[in-house]
Design a protein around this ligand. Structure first.
Ligand code: CTP
Length: 405
């Protein structure tokens, strides 16, 4: 469920409490618990009486969750209605019925989960799931607005077919959206207030309508950087070449094809951003004359000669336009042994604040891989070798350095 390139390890050891209320989507919360337990979060769960009609505590225990509570009048734990689980840092109600949201919005505490929510003084997240007519009913709309005003994060449900056969807004959100909102509530918000522009993925330089020049970039490193920055509070816009990566929906993604398209969007958006992080694998050259019709081999000679012309250098252009309040991070993929020296020279030439360099002949790292092996160099020429790590954790380390610089 969670892509490897977004598998941030800081979830380990964090306390997450899940409240499950009575919707048919209750079974989906089991997958969420599983993902959290797999990453060694300290997961505890409360089930409402209605949720017990859909899933059982035994199933949850079987997933490795140690603390499962169903009753607030238990002699074993008199205060379970006040202190859910192991002192959690976040309380996510997944799925949340119209009923539990109405109770929390109005301070009603007449059962386990509503009492826990009223007593909880850290981040609460609700992921509603219900019949679309119930979701669109005026009282539900008003209650949701109240929850937002109280600082509770609402993960909007999806539009689609629901269990009762109707169609509309009310399906439980994609579990990845819920997972990443949990992760966001556990992250430092040290990039809050910053607007970050990221380029990612490969560009495609078409030769004719069906053939193009490109490279194997997957966009995974860019997705990890964008998600990490968003988790830490930044507003993030990605300009992305053709990739299959998944991103949380609160990140803006602008799809482009060629280096020229990427250049035009990036130069337009750059003045409105505080940080630029350009990790796209941009094709340095493009076919000079793009054919409007498909190239036919019939009648052509045995050799195909294509003339290429240079694409604009996006990173260098943003570096030239950079003002003193903006920071620019570039990437370099090098094959030579003196790659650190080459990267330092590139950093100076393109007026960068940081450069992240990797030697692309390393096995199982770089293009397409979930891992990478990089060195981060700052303006003062300090170089830190991160060794081989998951791209998600590399992205985290990069922002650790940028946010304190
Ligand atoms: N880049 C860019 N626009 C280009 C080419 C590269 O924005 N037309 C950016 C990449 O996103 C990356 C950095 O420049 O952040 C480094 O790209 P790289 O190809 O390694 O360096 P170049 O300066 O193009 O030099 P060379 O390929 O000759 O090493």
């Amino acid at each position: 469920m969670i892509p490897k390139y977004l598998d941030f390890s800081y979830i380990k050891g964090k306390g997450v409490h899940i409240g499950v209320t009575g919707s048919i989507a209750a079974y989906k919360s089991l997958d969420l618990m599983r993902e959290l337990v797999k990453r060694e979060a300290k997961v505890s769960v409360s089930l409402s009486q209605a949720a017990l009609k859909f899933i059982t505590p035994i199933t949850i225990k079987g997933l490795g969750v140690e603390s499962v509570t169903t009753d607030m009048f238990s002699l074993d734990s008199l205060y379970s209605h006040l202190y859910p689980g192991y002192d959690p840092e976040v309380f996510a109600i997944v799925p949340a019925t119209a009923n539990i949201m109405a109770k929390i919005a109005n301070g009603i505490a007449d059962d386990l989960i509503s009492s826990q929510a009223l007593a909880f003084d850290k981040q609460i997240i609700v992921a509603p799931a219900m019949n679309p007519r119930m979701f669109n009913a005026r009282p539900t709309i008003d209650n949701l607005q109240k929850l937002r005003n109280y600082g509770i994060k609402v993960v909007e449900p999806d539009v689609g077919g629901v269990a009762c056969g109707e169609y509309g807004k009310g399906r439980l959100a994609d579990l990845r959206e819920i997972y990443f909102q949990i992760l966001k509530s556990l992250a430092p918000q040290d990039l809050a207030g910053r607007k970050i522009l990221i380029t990612m993925g490969p560009t495609r330089e078409f030769f004719d309508p069906v053939r193009f020049w490109s490279n194997p970039s997957s966009g995974k490193m860019g997705a990890a950087l964008a998600t990490a920055a968003w988790l830490r509070g930044a507003r993030v816009t990605c300009i992305s070449g053709d990739t299959d990566v998944w991103l949380p929906s609160e990140i803006t993604k602008i799809d482009v094809t060629s280096a020229q398209d990427m250049f035009e969007v990036a130069t337009e958006l750059w003045p409105d951003h505080n940080i630029g992080c350009l990790c796209a694998a941009v094709c340095d050259f493009r076919p000079k004359n793009r054919l409007t019709q498909k190239f036919k081999k019939e009648g052509a000679s045995n050799r195909l000669l294509v003339e290429f012309e240079k694409n604009p250098d996006i990173l260098k252009t943003l570096g030239q336009k950079k003002n003193q309040d903006q920071k620019l991070i570039g990437f370099a993929a090098e094959t030579e042994d003196n790659f650190i020296e080459l990267a330092k020279e590139k950093m100076a030439r393109k007026n960068l604040d940081f450069i992240v360099v990797n030697q692309i002949n390393h096995k199982n790292t770089g293009f397409k891989s979930d891992k990478n092996s990089v060195v981060i160099i700052d303006k003062m020429a300090n170089a830190v070798d991160l060794g081989t790590m998951l791209k998600a954790d590399i992205a985290w380390e990069i922002w650790n350095r940028v946010s304190t610089s």
